[in-house]
Design a protein around this ligand. Structure first.
Ligand code: DC
Length: 437
């Protein structure tokens, strides 16, 4: 699903888009940062941003990377240099507005933006997202606010970001710059800033970011999951009822779930985990299970109906990966236990490299999930489960492939493992805090 948020500077687009993406579990794409990064490169090269020909010539040297740190913060790289802070200074704002007028610049950046939007559910923020880049977006928002209000916000933002410069910032100058940029953005012949006819317009002058987000959330089209096959559906409801009745199964965080391909990465504590996790999802999912599980009476039959695929040899088997990839490339979800085997003591074990490998090959998002309670009900040391207990499942925000797309294989593998481990630990903590004391 693609949501686009357009509008002039200072309407709160970035804050709103970032938080909206977080709430929906989508990725957030700030296209203004791309134009700013081009402007930064132009200035670094000593080229006058007003010299269209020289700017166009520099474009072939432009490389752009977004790296996401373990805690989810994004860092922007222009031509290999971290420019996250440097691109926010007023001089770059002005130069960005200038270079954004050139068709050569726009065409090359739009190509990159569309490429990112192909596979992902994302909130794109910019000026021409709804009119040019994604004319078929699922939801288009256009934010406005009075120039005065926008200048007040910009001043506050700059004061917070650059406390050293606070004394030199003048409100009148910022207002003037905003009006100048509006003029540039709205009057340029190539992709001028304008509301798409089918965009919802929200005036943010008197609204807080939270109020704007609330308004947008009401407009987001409902997720559509494909209907389950009859055999899956019947076993799904039977198994779900069993876990609900005997083990008071509770599921949290489903707002993080969305249709389409995905790797559901969960902690592994018990043979109950695959069926518990399957019936906690709102759509059909697939999982791999050891051959031996299919020989356990009843459980074997149930898991077969729940799209389980027997693995004859070790899970690192090449044919297993091929099967998984086929399912993911078909736009479906697969449950994976990145620890590789059940925990012997109830604690999270080190994650294996299969998960990053599959993410890199499939480019699908990871949906982290934490299962609590199955260890005390049916740990690895026990032949049979207890018939009582409490099981809780919680899903976290998806980890998007785009966060790693520009990294080399090694870096991506390391970061995917770190992010997944942290997501699982955070979910475990969240569940602990939710328990009545
Ligand atoms: O949103 P921002 O202030 O970071 O954007 C910086 C400049 O880039 C601004 O002058 C408008 C331009 N821009 C654009 O022309 N098209 C976009 N999609 C995003 C930004």
């Amino acid at each position: 699903m693609i949501i686009v948020i357009d509008g002039p500077a200072g309407t709160g687009k970035s804050t709103v888009a970032r938080h909206l993406a977080q709430k929906l579990g989508f990725i957030f794409f700030d296209t203004g940062a791309m134009y700013r990064s081009v402007a930064w490169m132009v200035i670094q090269a000593g080229v006058d941003p007003k010299n269209r020909e020289a700017v166009a010539q520099l474009l072939s040297e432009f490389t752009y990377e977004i790296k996401t740190e373990t805690h989810g913060e994004k860092r922007y790289f222009s031509c290999g240099t971290d420019v996250t802070e440097a691109i926010r200074v007023p001089m770059i704002s002005e130069a960005a507005s200038q270079v954004a007028m050139y068709p050569e610049v726009r065409q090359s950046l739009v190509r990159i933006q569309r490429e990112f939007g192909k596979k992902l559910s994302a909130v794109f923020e910019g000026r021409d997202m709804g009119t040019v880049v994604f004319p078929d977006a699922d939801l288009k928002i256009f934010l406005t606010a009075t120039p005065y209000e926008r200048a007040v916000r910009r001043l506050r933002e700059l004061q917070n970001k650059f406390p050293d410069m606070a004394d030199s910032l003048r409100f009148e100058q910022i207002l003037e710059e905003i009006q100048e940029r509006d003029k540039n953005d709205c009057t340029r012949p190539e992709s001028p800033l304008k509301k798409a006819v089918d965009a919802h317009c929200i005036d943010t002058s008197k609204l807080s970011a939270a109020e704007v987000i609330e308004k947008i959330l009401k407009l987001v089209p409902k997720k559509k999951y494909s209907p389950m096959k009859f055999s899956y559906w019947s076993v799904y409801w039977m198994t779900r009822s069993f876990f609900k009745l005997c083990f008071r199964l509770k599921v949290y965080g489903l707002e993080n779930f969305r249709p389409g391909c995905g790797i559901i990465a969960a902690n592994h504590a018990s043979n109950f985990d695959p069926p518990v996790l399957s019936v906690s999802c709102p759509e059909e999912v697939h999982f791999l299970a050891k051959d031996s599980l299919f020989h356990i009476p009843l459980l074997g039959r149930l898991i077969r109906c729940l799209n389980s695929h027997p693995v004859a040899r070790a899970a690192s088997d090449a044919s297993t990966f091929r099967d998984l990839l086929k399912i993911l490339q078909g736009g479906e979800k697969v449950i994976l236990f990145p620890e590789g085997k059940r925990t012997p003591d109830g604690n999270l074990q080190p994650l294996e490299r299969g998960l990053p490998f599959i993410m890199q090959k499939s480019q699908c998002p990871i949906f982290p999930a934490f299962i609590d309670g199955t260890f005390s009900i049916w740990p690895i040391q026990k032949k049979l489960p207890k018939l009582f207990g409490k099981i809780t499942v919680i899903f976290g925000s998806p980890i998007e492939w785009s966060d790693f797309a520009t990294l080399n294989k090694r870096e991506a593998e390391k970061l995917i493992l770190e992010r997944t481990k942290k997501a699982l630990e955070d979910l475990e903590k969240k569940l602990k805090n939710m328990r009545p004391r």
